[in-house]
Design a protein around this ligand. Sequence first.
Ligand code: AMP
Ligand code: GLY
Length: 340
Amino acid sequence: MKVLVLGSGAREHALVWRLSQGSGVEVICAPGNPGIEAIARCERLDPTDRAAVVRLVKHEGVSLVVVGPEAPLVAGVADACRAIGVDVFGPSARAAAIEGSKAFAKEIMFAAMVPTARSETFTDAALAARRALEWGPVVVKADGLAAGKGVVVADSGAEAAEACRALGATPAGARLVLEERLVGPELSVIALCDGKRHALLAPAQDHKRIFEGDRGPNTGGMGAYAPANLLTDAQLEAIGREVVAPVLNELGRRGTPFVGALYAGLMLTDEGPRVLEFNARLGDPETQPLLMQLAEPLAPLLQACARGELDRGALQQRPGASVAVCWPAAGTRPPPSSET
Ligand code: AMP
Ligand code: GLY
């Protein structure tokens, strides 16, 4: 079986590495990176270019496409590949809106009665800023994709109002979501989904702040480990039942079934787990330790999801734990003092 992995990050490296271990599996990656090139053939193309991806799939006789990042999903690459009859692990553009639009994600959560923070959506940034002053400490979110820079956790109404004005002036901020500020440890729970059914990967935790000692601004994640034993097995099952399953039902009911990795970013509050966000893809860097821990062959699992044939709830896990540490290129320097 020939598998095409789209993307160029460490997450895609982990996917290619794990997929290549399957017997009878040949993996190619587009565009890949120099690390991936050491273990698989890479083809240079823009993974958001639907026509280029379709050409490669046809030319290579690919039977399964695995989409890593969100940009190709939002650009409709999964739809374009499905339209030519290829199995795809990754949701349609319409289902991927659960990540691409925070307002849409809140609408789905509300309709599916998923536990989440109270929120209000605005199309007028000035109105949002006035409301933020009334709310006080509140979280301001730009609706669209903003490369991890679209969320401000404000300590005061004034800071929140300023965030409304700043985010409202960005392309992602045409709509703004104000959200109740929750407190508690965060956890990433990722479900492999076939449109109707799902299987949960181990819970993982990523570390968001850029500098040592949990200092500095948030990033997409400087490292991650799995399993993160912050929940009992019963609590994890409840997340499958009360978060993942209702969202799959709701998206299916709307005619946009979700096939791929549904990533629930949760906060474990005193009142129970609450969803902060959904991603329509595997997390990065969570995927790296998660795939170290997974004890099952990956290609048949992703293919079963792509075909709507996922037949198991629990995935086999290796004993122990895995840790991923990011080794980023030099860039922002840490503050000299202990300021955060
Ligand atoms: P998001 O992109 O929605 O996951 O937000 C990015 C980060 O902002 C999360 O990982 C949290 O650390 C924080 N955050 C988001 N929503 C809330 C909330 N309602 N309460 C407190 N912190 C939040
Ligand atoms: N590590 C967070 C993310 O993948 O969005």
